[in-house]
Write a protein that binds this ligand. Structure first.
Ligand SMILES: C[S@@+](CC[C@H](N)C(=O)[O-])C[C@H]1O[C@@H](n2cnc3c(N)ncnc32)[C@H](O)[C@@H]1O
Length: 217
C-alpha cells in the first residue's frame, strides 16, 4: 500500500506514536528513557524516506537512532519501513531541525549524520544550510565532547562551504575528507535513497567527517 496522501500520512503518523514521537520537546534530556536503555544516541537530520536511519538501526543494535524530517509526506515513508519490520532502537521525529536545541540537551547526542542535505544555493538562504555557523553552534550544544558529524553530499558547492564552516568553527575539527567516497568506501557505509541514485548516475560523493572539540579552554 502506498501512502502518498498528506491527510493519510498525518493520520498514520498519529497512529504510531511509538515510532514517530509526536511531542519531541517532552523528551529533551530523556531520550534514553524513551528507548528504555542506556545506548548512545545517533541522529540523522533530514532523514527523508528513512533508508539510512532504518538500516543503521538494523545493523547497529547496540545504538539508538533518531531520524528527524520536516515533512509528513516524506517521513511517512520511513514510518512504513518501521511498521513493516519494527525496530526498537529507531525513532522518528517530524520536526524542523532549526529548533534542534529544543529537543536535545547538552551532551545528549553522540553522532550526527547529514546526508545529502538541501544545498540552499542562494546566499540569502545560507543560514538554512545544515552546516551554517548557526547550525554548528546548535550542534555544539547538543553533541558530546568527541562526538562525530558525518556529512555526505553530491553538491560540490555545499561541500566546499561546509569545509570552510567547519574550519572556521571553534567547536569542530575536520578529521577526514573525501572528494570521492566510493574510491575508498568504508565497509560500514550505508547508502541513503539519494546516495543510491547519485551512485547509479556516477556522481561523485563528497564526504566530511568532523569531530566535536568540546569546551574551548
Ligand atoms: C535531499 S533530501 C535527502 C534525504 C536523505 N537524507 C537521503 O540522503 O536520501 C533532504 C531532506 O532533508 C529534509 N530537511 C531539510 N532541512 C531540514 C530541517 N531543517 N529539518 C528537518 N528536515 C530537513 C528535507 O525535507 C528532505 O527530506
Amino acid at each position: 500500500m502506498r501512502l502518498r496522501n498528506v491527510k493519510y500520512a498525518k493520520e498514520l503518523i498519529h497512529s504510531y506514536p511509538d515510532y514517530v514521537v509526536l511531542k519531541p520537546k517532552n523528551h529533551k534530556g530523556k531520550w534514553r528513557d524513551l528507548f528504555e536503555n542506556k545506548k548512545p544516541i545517533q541522529v540523522e537530520i533530514g532523514c527523508g524516506k528513512g533508508k539510512f536511519i532504518y538500516e543503521s538501526g538494523l545493523y547497529n543494535p547496540e545504538k539508538n537512532f533518531i531520524g528527524i524530517e520536516k515533512f509528513d509526506s516524506v517521513i511517512v515513508r520511513a514510518l512504513e519501513k518501521l511498521i513493516l519490520e519494527p525496530l526498537d532502537n529507531v525513532k522518528l521525529i517530524r520536526f524542523d531541525a532549526t529548533h534542534i536545541n529544543d529537543i536535545f540537551k547538552e551532551n545528549e547526542v553522540e553522532h550526527l549524520y547529514l546526508n545529502f542535505s538541501d544545498p540552499w544555493p542562494k546566499l540569502r538562504h545560507s543560514k538554512r544550510r545544515l552546516t551554517s555557523p548557526q547550525f554548528l553552534e546548535k550542534y555544539h550544544h547538543i553533541l558530546k565532547d568527541g562526538a562525530i558529524i558525518d556529512m555526505k553530499t553530491d553538491n560540490y558547492a555545499l561541500f566546499e562551504y561546509s569545509l570552510m564552516m567547519f574550519n572556521q568553527s571553534d567547536y569542530f575539527a575536520i578529521i577526514d575528507v573525501s572528494l570521492d567516497l566510493y574510491k575508498d568506501l568504508p565497509a560500514t557505509n550505508i547508502q541513503t535513497e539519494f546516495e543510491m541514485k547519485f551512485v547509479e548516475e556516477n556522481n561523485a560523493i563528497y564526504y566530511i567527517k568532523a569531530q566535536h572539540k568540546g569546551e574551548i579552554e
